[in-house]
Unconditional design. Structure first.
Length: 230
């Protein structure tokens, strides 16, 4: 892999990726972190990739401009929790508290992004454990352990052993979205595919799942713009 830097204000870095399966040059701008990747055939000359990136510079900048800005987690920031924007406010509290319109944090708290992330992760665990147990009972199939991660490529997964994995950032989405993902993964306990039988099971567990599924496709990437590290 290499890096191409496109001149301008600001400069744009394009990561070169060779693939034995690629038959042509292709560009991708990540909706999660804005990373620009140019995939090229294994034996294509690098100058061809550089020329291609230069020709597509305008398109790349247009795609980057369309993306929502990164939001550092600090007092004054607004963060969605269960789909409701809450303002992070320093207050005379000993522990982080979730209020209807605010996230109260102790005054002078250190490592605030990481602490808020841990706080929201625990809420996510409670909500996802409850939803998973409810859907598994309705399906009549027990699930295994539940693991939370900060995944960027998927919102959840179900292993052949029945273990469930979820992105904890689902707590930022509306409740019906979190519930749909739990139903989706639990449905895999019965059908480890995306066959019509799987979607029928998913529909029984979560009637009207099409709307939250569509919400994830349209808005899911924006949930990763909140910085909980540091």
């Amino acid at each position: 892999m290499g890096i191409i830097t496109l001149p301008g204000k600001p400069e744009v870095e394009v990561t070169l990726r060779r693939s034995a399966r690629a038959r042509r040059l292709s560009l991708r701008v990540s909706g999660v972190d804005g990373r620009v990747t140019l995939t090229m055939p294994r034996f294509a000359p690098e100058r061809e990739a550089r020329n291609f990136a230069a020709e597509k510079a305008g398109w790349i900048r247009d795609r980057l401009a369309e993306q929502a800005p990164f939001v550092p987690v600090e007092p004054g920031a607004e963060i969605p929790v269960e789909g409701v924007l809450r303002r992070v406010e320093a207050a005379p509290v000993r522990r982080i508290a979730l209020e209807p319109q605010a996230l109260l944090v102790p005054e002078g708290a250190t490592r605030l992004p990481a602490r808020l992330g841990a706080f929201l992760r625990e809420i996510a665990r409670e909500r996802l454990a409850e939803a998973s147990a409810r859907h598994a009972a309705a399906l009549g199939r027990p699930h295994g352990r539940i693991t939370l991660r900060d995944t960027r490529s998927r919102w959840g997964s179900c292993s052949h052993e029945g273990n469930l994995m979820y992105s904890w950032r689902l707590i930022l989405a509306p409740p019906e979205v979190l519930d749909y993902v739990a139903a989706h993964e639990v449905a895999h306990l019965a059908h480890m595919d995306h066959s019509p039988r799987f979607w029928a099971a998913c529909g029984k567990l979560c009637p009207g799942y099409e709307a939250p599924r569509r919400w994830l496709r349209q808005h899911g990437a924006a949930l990763h713009r909140y910085g909980f590290k540091g």
